[in-house]
Design a protein around this ligand. Structure first.
Ligand SMILES: NC(=O)c1ccc[n+]([C@@H]2O[C@H](COP(=O)([O-])OP(=O)(O)OC[C@H]3O[C@@H](n4cnc5c(N)ncnc54)[C@H](OP(=O)(O)O)[C@@H]3O)[C@@H](O)[C@H]2O)c1
Length: 216
């Protein structure tokens, strides 16, 4: 798909009353694009946008993303209002810090239903970060990790204004890698993960064929 150049583009963005989503909506409206913005609270979204931007090309939609019918209805409303969608940004989501044993099936379902480096948004506050309803003493390392994450709030490297700019720039240009990493910390984490995978491949190279049929 190429980005429309003969008319304003229509974006469908989820999770827009805070953080990166709110910044994206702000910058897209400032560009003159059309935005269908889902949120759990259109009141909070409109209050957050204030009079910083012209909201005449905004369609705020109250959606519980766990409810498929509400999602379908939101897409229908956006298509009816704007005549189609050009770009979908699956932004809504939250972090969840817990051991598997502390996580209920419901908590897993809720997270997967809304999901999509560290950016200085509300992401690491307890308003956004989900924690298990009950914890065990068996994993002190996990509790320490949670404390460390909460302490990071306010000093994350990522600037959400630049993050939204980078997302828009890449979509509009239609160029760049399939997965763009945002943030030097994200790049370092991904590099460490790939290095670990490579080391694991190397370590198993000699033994991997032990389970093959001998005559294969
Ligand atoms: N900031 C980071 O460091 C970081 C790191 C890794 C991944 N991410 C991901 O990047 C995306 C944007 O995060 P952000 O930094 O802008 O965080 P944020 O400030 O916490 O905003 C997250 C947005 O997601 C929506 N959301 C949160 N919990 C939700 C739930 N239970 N159900 C439905 N919607 C929910 C909210 O939308 P409404 O309140 O408007 O409904 C909110 O506007 C999220 O998917 C997040 O998981 C962020």
């Amino acid at each position: 798909m190429s980005f429309p150049t003969d008319r304003p583009a229509t974006w469908f963005v989820t999770g827009t009353s805070r953080g990166l989503g709110r910044e994206l909506v702000t910058q897209l409206l400032q560009r003159g694009d059309q935005v269908a913005a889902t949120t759990r609270s259109t009141e909070r979204l409109l209050a957050a946008l204030g009079d910083r931007v012209d909201t005449s090309r905004l369609l705020p939609l109250t959606v519980d993303l766990r409810d498929d019918e509400q999602v379908r209805q939101a897409v229908r409303q956006a298509t009816e209002r704007f005549g189609g969608l050009d770009v979908v940004v699956n932004n809504a989501g939250y972090g969840y810090l817990a051991a598997v044993e502390e996580t209920s099936a419901r908590e897993v379902r809720d997270m997967l239903d809304v999901q999509v480096g560290y950016f200085r948004t509300d992401f690491l506050t307890t308003d956004s970060l989900a924690l298990p309803a009950s914890t065990t003493d068996a994993y002190p390392g996990l509790r320490e990790m949670t404390e460390n994450h909460l302490k990071l709030q306010g000093s994350q490297l990522g600037n959400p204004v630049k993050g939204a700019e980078a997302i828009i720039r890449q979509v509009v240009s239609g160029e760049g890698p399939l997965r763009q990493l945002l943030g030097s910390d994200a790049h370092a984490y991904a590099t460490a993960k790939v290095d670990a995978l490579r080391a694991n491949l190397k370590a198993t190279a000699q033994t991997a064929d032990a389970t093959d049929f001998a005559d294969a």
